[in-house]
Ligand binder design. Sequence first.
Ligand SMILES: Nc1ncnc2c1ncn2[C@@H]1O[C@H](COP(=O)(O)OP(=O)(O)OP(=O)(O)O)[C@@H](O)[C@H]1O
Ligand SMILES: [Mg+2]
Length: 273
Amino acid sequence: MIEFRNVTKLFPDGTIAVDDFSLVAPSRKITVLVGSSGSGKTTLLRMVNRMVEPTSGGVQIDGEDIVNERPVLLRRRIGYVMQNAGLLPHLTVADNIAAVPKLCGSSHRAARTRALELMETVGLDSHMADRYPSQLSGGQQQRVGVARGLAADPNILLMDEPFGAVDPIVRAELQQELIQLQRELDKTVIFVTHDIDEAFLLGDQVVILATGAKKLQVGSPSEIIENPADDFVAAFIGVDRGRRALRIKHTPNGPVLVDTEGRTQGTLVEDER
Ligand SMILES: Nc1ncnc2c1ncn2[C@@H]1O[C@H](COP(=O)(O)OP(=O)(O)OP(=O)(O)O)[C@@H](O)[C@H]1O
Ligand SMILES: [Mg+2]
């Protein structure tokens, strides 16, 4: 379990990227952080592996405050898949993946064997092992990024828009593979995206964020779809899902969300508005 406890991040230039954010990401579930650009998603993710230190508040993993752990050791047990795969251009595919087990002390040979295993796990043909990242398609590069994230066999996987840079078909493939992989590997995943469809597809728990990492709503996909916390969330999930936007209709029983045909799509909780 990963717990953010009242974390705030004030950057030196005065930007408040994260303002008093608290959340529990349950073990062996996928928590998706979704929100527009600049809402603080990457900052939150990087607090978990201490690439960003909170200005106040703290992060706990299984009840232990991570400030007590050396960042190098912490990062060895947390996989991190960066936006745009983040591969090293001068290393081959196998060496990009093997870099992680080597850091953890594996021999060159063992690290390469592990890299080839992981390539299979993420659906990459072994004949690509000695290619360079520039010789792969975008989707293949993303797979290498995921393989590298898994390389240390971490219990925790942080994924920052890992499928952002590929076309919709490849993206759908990668999403299905992640679902499959998660069934087998059972990791605690925090996944960042700005795509609400992706959030609802992958998330056991979905966290909708606004600027300052303000939580607009936290819940399972069905909880959010059936009962959006406010009309902003309703519009966000309606518009982005390719549906016609929902609107609020005031009824004797309180406000409800209706679609353009007038069908009720959910209710609004009065005291949250
Ligand atoms: N090192 C930094 N110094 C100053 N401001 C920063 C720094 N890093 C991030 N920020 C600011 O903090 C806010 C949150 O940034 P963050 O990268 O967490 O957003 P994000 O939700 O990941 O956005 P995106 O979807 O575009 O990746 C933004 O306003 C950003 O400009
Ligand atoms: Mg980001």
